[in-house]
Each structure stands twice: as C-alpha cells, then as structure tokens.
Design a protein around this ligand. Structure first.
Ligand code: HDD
Length: 692
C-alpha cells in the first residue's frame, strides 16, 4: 500500500474468513477492517481474487485494467543487477566525529567534533555468494554539505592499477561466457589466466587468498577507501589521505572448509547475522581512521601512493582514529533502500578531492553511467535513499521519473528574472590547487608503479604461520580447480617472486614435479620489515559479544547445566542457540520440557562460534547414530572451535573422534569454556588437516 491516506474499507468488519456467493461467484474473502485496496490510480478494487471473464469458464478480457496493471507492474519489478557487487546487505547508522581535521580540510563532516552524520552502509560480495570473495564496503554520508560516498572494499589494495583493465578483470572472474558457470564463486581457468598475465594483481591476490576473504560476519571486516584521496583546506592546499574502517571487535574470519559448508547450509548467513545483531540492539561499530601524508613525504616512499595495488604501511604513516560509525537501523524495505542505493566515488563534498590514481580517475565516470542504466534515468538522486538530507537546488530539469515540480519560468543561471534562484556559492566545492605535471601526454604508467611483488611479499611474510598456511592452502584449492596446466604453473612462477617457500608449498600441494620458472620482475623486489598490523590472528579482540554458542541437547539432558551455560554465556555478552533433534524440544532429566531454537539437521555447527554438548549418556548414545549430530561435533573440532561437554556427552565425542584436550573442555569449568570460546584453537589445526 503506497498511498498516503487510507480509505475506509468496504470489506466486512468480521475478522473471520467467509465464503460468499456474489452474482453466482463463490470464493473466500477475508474479513476484518482494512483500508481499501486500490489500483495505482487510486481506484478502489472490489475483487482482487478473480480476473474478469465474459462467462465463468470464458477467456480473460483485455479490458481488465486491474489485472493488467498488477501483472505489468510485477513484470517490471526487477531492475538490472549491479554488474559487480550485485549481492549486498545495507543498514542505516550514524558517524560521529571525535577528532577534528580542520587543519587539513574544510569538510564539515571531518571538522565538527561531536557532530553526528546519518550514514547508509552497503556490504557486498564482488562476484559471488556468501563464500570466499572480496567484500564491498560502501558508505554514504548524508553531510550538511551534500552526500559523500566512500566506496571501498574490505581490502586496502586492488587487482589492477588502471581502470582500463576493469572490464577484463571482471569478465575473467565472472562465469565463463560459453558455459554459464561458476555462478556464485569466482571463475577458475579464466580468472587465473588473467591474473597470471597481470603481475600487478599479486599483492591483492595475497589478500584475496587470505582469511580476509572469509569473514565471520559483515561486522567483522575492515573497510578501506583503497585510493589515496586529498583533503583540501580553505586556501586550496591539500594533503593526501587514506581512509580505514576498523571494526570495534577486530577482524574475525572463518576457515575455508567452514565457509564452504556455511554457504551451503545457510547462504544468507552474513545478511542474517547483520540483521540479527541490529535487531538485538547489539549494534556493529567501526572506528574511522586516517593516514595523512604530504606530497613531499610521498615522494620519499619506495612505492607510489597513487598506485591502488600498494598500501601505505602503518609503520610508515600511523593511523589516527577520528570518529566512529554505528549501524543501528535495518532498512524498512530492501528494494527501496539496499537495492536502489546508488554509490559513486565522484560524490565528494567541499574539502575532499581526488588524487590522480588512474584507477580512481577511471571509476569517477563509471558509477553515474551505471546508475543511469540500473535506475532508469537521471533523476535517481530523488529516490529517498539517494537524496541528500541537506537542501539541494539547481536548474537540471525533466527526464524520466521526475518527482519534483519546479515552479516559475527560469531554468537557467544566471538570471535576473528569478532573484531567489540558486547561484554559485563561495563555500562551494573547489578543486585542490595542484600544479599539473610537466610530463608528456601518452598511455604510460609512472615508473614507481612497476614493482609488483614487494608488497605481496610484505603481506605474506607479515602473517602468522597459521595464516601463511591458509594462503598456501587457498591457492592450492583454487588452482586445483584450474584445468589448464600452464596457467597453474604460471601462477606458481609468480609466487616464487613473492616467497620461495610459498611457491614450494603450493607446487607441492598441486603435485607439480618441479618449480616453474619465475618471470623476471620489472623492478627489484624489496624486503620491507614485517607489519604485524596486517595479520588478523592476534588482532581480533577476545570477546563473546556478538558470538553464538550452539548447545546440543537430547532426551534426558540436564536442565541445570543448560541453564548454567546459558547464564554464563549471556552474562559474557554472547547468545545461546539450543539445538535438538526436534524443534518441539526434549524432555529434560527432571521431566520438564524444553523447546529448541534450531533443529539439528538444519542447524549445523558452522552456524556457531563454539558449541556445548549438554547430553545424558542415553541421549548422547542415540545421537551417535545421527550423522548430523556426529558432523555437528566433528566439524566444530575441525573448524578449531571450543567444545564444551558434560559427563553424558562422552559417547558422542568418541563417535566424532574428538579427543579431550585444548579447547575441548568440561562445562563444569565454565570460565575455561568461555575463554576458549572467545577464540579459535589454532594449535589444533595440524591435528585436523594436512596443510601444504
Ligand atoms: Fe566498483 C560497484 C568498490 C573499482 C565500477 N564498486 C562497486 C561497489 C563497491 C565498489 C563497494 C558496490 C557499491 C554498492 O554497494 O552499491 N570498485 C570498488 C573498489 C574499487 C572498484 C574498492 C577499486 C579500488 N569499480 C572499480 C572500477 C570500475 C568500477 C575500476 C570501473 C571503471 N563498481 C563499478 C560499477 C559499480 C561498482 C560498475 C557496479 C554497480 C554500481 O557501480 O553501482 O560502476
């Protein structure tokens, strides 16, 4: 119902369903008092159950404007999906500035401390579904000086240096055009073929093959503006800036096998987790941090900060936290908001400007162009989710879906006929005063863009041994799906320029007989000091906030133990989900009934951060014959999660082949169980899988 004023309903006031005969017609009508259902023209509809026919068994009539309007609208419900980042989840929130950047910029959003700016965030997967992928991290700030969009990813670097390669990258990563798959994952032969011929992608490949591509949930990811931007002060002088979003609880990831299984068991797990935490009032929060550096400083870097395949190490330019963002409101309507939101890196406000990063420069026209197609015309800025929340006025007119009714005879500027019409403002956007290079026009890249391996090496060598093993395993997994031998070999050749040990591990995992030749790097590979900030293990906060613990119960489980686990987990900020063979629940040892939140077969342990088994011996024995129960325990163990158990649970632990040891603890010692539930049991990994 989209009309403003509901009309009184002609329907019966009775809430019951009645069978009514009207003019020989028999059908069910719901009773109750409702506003009248109308067509889009406001005409009340008397019958929304039957189309118009000349006789009860006759054909449909073309004059049935009610049917035609309804079906035609339905036929047009879908709009073209985003060519990349099609699947996404959005949320409303606020950004609050805690530290002023007035020395560097005149953007009100970055200078007025304590000011709260409404924001809309959309997180997305670039190519695939909920499994392994780069995540989009797009933010729209509705500032008092217009909308500022920071359209970033959960990785600080990108695959390519120049936007001219973007269509090739995306065509290579999306489904192969002849066979139409893979649909919900990145392609194999085509993607790795392109990558093998694009050495500049090596740094981002390290990130994309790391645990960062397998976030535990959307609120466990970092966000990055990726490019170097400029902050511009009142004099037009500018400073380079990079933007970082840091999740308050740190970065948390899943394991590869867990992500694969979770994507099958609950393809909506990431959207659901964001929704549930917002509904529960456990709002996701991030700090906004900046790295600021001058052009002169940038000259001294070993790399060019205009190259989006490079990051600026925190050890070189430290991060300064300047504010925080909280997401506290789920959209009222997915289509109207999350689907129709239109981000554009060219949406900046006075005081923020672009750098000459060739990837950024190529992005600037692309987003407006795509929105014209996707949202059907030039007035998409009037859609509520896209409209600025500050006044906006100009002389742009007409076009598809014009929602405004401009008044008067003047649609131009300057004008003496309309003295109240909009004019340029002194405080308006002005580009940074940057002298142009005195180079020669041409299709060239700066020389400092040529080093493609040093930062890939920096990333790999900065990881913990577990994370290095995951990168090697992810490469083996991906390359094992590549059918073309020379493509596999070419990638291993590049890895040799990053780290010989990594190349050897991947070659071993692929079963290559010898190491392929490494391509000759275009620039010498430099050894940076390792940057611990690039790790995820050890950088996440040990907490139960936002964590879900699955408690498996069966007939005869002990109610007191269940209550004790619940109480301990909830007082530590976590949530309990009771899982039982039947949703109707179980009869506890004391004869009381307890309902379940999830049915075992549909609620595998991949849905949880840790599990607890509260079982009688009989209950545990009966579960040893349930594959879902054995998998529940075996997967939790394999995914390095804490497992709490009571005395009765032993038969199920035995059936799952789970030995008592670190992270497999009695729920009699709840503090020990909670401490293990806050983290993964990394040392267990060599027990459960052979890593390359
Ligand atoms: Fe892009 C969407 C992020 C390079 C062209 N991009 C899109 C979204 C994100 C990014 C998060 C989804 C926004 C939303 O939620 O609606 N894109 C990036 C980042 C890049 C990048 C971090 C590199 C640093 N993109 C990039 C290039 C081009 C595009 C080089 C083309 C020249 N991107 C698009 C697009 C999309 C888009 C085709 C698809 C849907 C949309 O814009 O609204 O225009």
């Amino acid at each position: 119902m989209s009309t403003a004023a509901p009309r009184p309903s002609p329907a019966s006031a009775s809430p019951s369903t009645e069978i009514r005969g009207a003019g020989g017609e028999l059908h069910q009508r719901c009773g109750g008092s409702h506003p009248a259902l109308t067509t889009n023209q406001g005409t009340p509809v008397a019958d929304d159950q039957n189309s118009l026919r000349p006789s009860p068994r006759g054909p449909g009539l073309l004059e049935d404007f009610i049917l035609r309007e309804k079906i035609t609208h339905f036929d047009h419900e879908r709009i073209p999906e985003r060519i990349v980042h099609a699947r996404g989840s959005g949320a409303h929130g606020t950004f609050t500035l805690t530290k002023s950047l007035a020395k560097y910029t005149r953007a009100a959003v970055l200078t007025e401390v304590g000011k709260t700016t409404p924001v809309f965030a959309r997180f997305s997967t670039v190519a695939g579904g909920a499994g392994s992928d780069v995540r989009g991290f797009a933010m729209k700030f509705y500032t008092t000086q217009g909308n500022w969009d920071l359209v970033g990813n959960n990785m600080p670097v990108f695959f390519i240096q120049d936007a001219i390669k973007f269509p090739d990258l995306i065509h290579a990563v999306k489904m192969e055009p002849d066979r139409g798959f893979p649909q919900a994952a990145s392609a194999h032969d085509t993607f790795w073929d392109f990558i093998s011929l694009t050495p500049e992608s090596m740094h981002t490949i390290m990130w994309a093959m790391s645990d960062r591509a397998l976030p535990r949930s959307l609120h466990d990811i970092e966000g990055f503006g990726v490019h170097t931007f400029r902050l511009v002060d009142t004099e037009g002088a500018s400073t380079f800036v990079k933007f970082h979003w840091r999740p308050k609880r740190g970065v948390h990831s899943t394991l590869w096998d867990e992500a694969v299984k979770r994507a099958g068991a609950d393809p909506d797990s990431q959207r659901r987790a964001l929704f549930e935490s917002i509904q529960a009032g456990d709002y996701p929060e991030w700090d906004l941090a900046v790295q600021l550096f001058t052009e002169a400083q940038a000259e001294g870097f070993a790399f060019d900060p205009l190259d989006a395949t490079k990051l600026v190490p925190e050890e070189l330019v430290p991060l300064e936290v300047i504010g925080h963002m909280v997401l506290d409101r789920w959209p009222d309507n997915f289509f109207a908001e999350t689907e129709q939101v239109a981000f554009c890196p060219a949406n900046v406000v006075p005081g923020i400007d672009f750098s000459n990063d060739p990837l950024l420069q190529g992005r600037l026209p692309s987003y407006l162009d795509t929105q014209l197609l996707r949202l059907g015309g030039p007035n998409f800025h009037q859609i509520p989710i896209n409209a600025p929340k500050c006044p906006f006025a100009n002389h742009q007119r007409d076009g598809h879906m014009q929602m405004q009714v401009p008044k008067g005879r003047v649609a131009y500027e300057p004008s003496s006929l309309d003295r109240g019409g909009p004019r340029e403002a002194a405080e308006g956007f002005a580009s940074a005063a940057v002298p142009a290079d005195d180079g020669v026009k041409g299709r060239v890249r700066p020389e400092r863009f040529a080093d493609h391996y040093s930062q890939a090496r920096l990333f790999y060598r900065s990881q913990t041994t577990y994370e290095q093993a995951h990168i090697a395993a992810a490469l083996v997994f991906e390359l094992s799906k590549v059918e073309t031998p020379h493509v596999r070999a070419a990638i291993v050749g590049h890895l040799r320029n990053i780290d010989e040990d990594l190349a050897t591990r991947v070659a071993g995992g692929l079963g290559l007989e010898s190491l392929p030749d490494a391509p000759r790097p275009a620039a010498p590979v430099v050894d940076y000091p390792p940057s611990p900030a690039l790790r995820t293990i050890g950088n996440g906060k040990p907490t139960l906030h936002g964590r879900r613990i699955g408690v498996l119960v069966a007939e005869g489980s002990d109610g007191d133990t269940l209550d004790a686990v619940r109480q301990a987990v909830e007082s530590a900020g976590g949530r309990i989900v009771v899982v039982a063979p039947k949703l109707g629940g179980v009869t506890l040892a004391d004869g009381a009934r307890r309902t379940a939140d999830g049915q075992l077969a549909g609620t595998p342990s991949v849905a949880f951060d840790a599990i607890a088994l509260v079982l009688s011996s009989d209950g545990a024995r009966s579960l040893t014959r349930e594959a879902a129960a054995v998998d529940f325990v075996r997967d939790a163990f394999g995914h390095l999660k804490a497992i709490g158990f009571d005395a009765g649970a032993q038969p199920l632990l035995t059936a799952a082949g789970v030995p008592i040891g670190p992270g497999v603890v009695s729920v009699g010692d709840l503090p020990a169980f909670l401490a293990s539930a806050m983290t993964r049991q990394w040392d267990r990994e060599k027990q459960v899988r052979t890593l390359p």
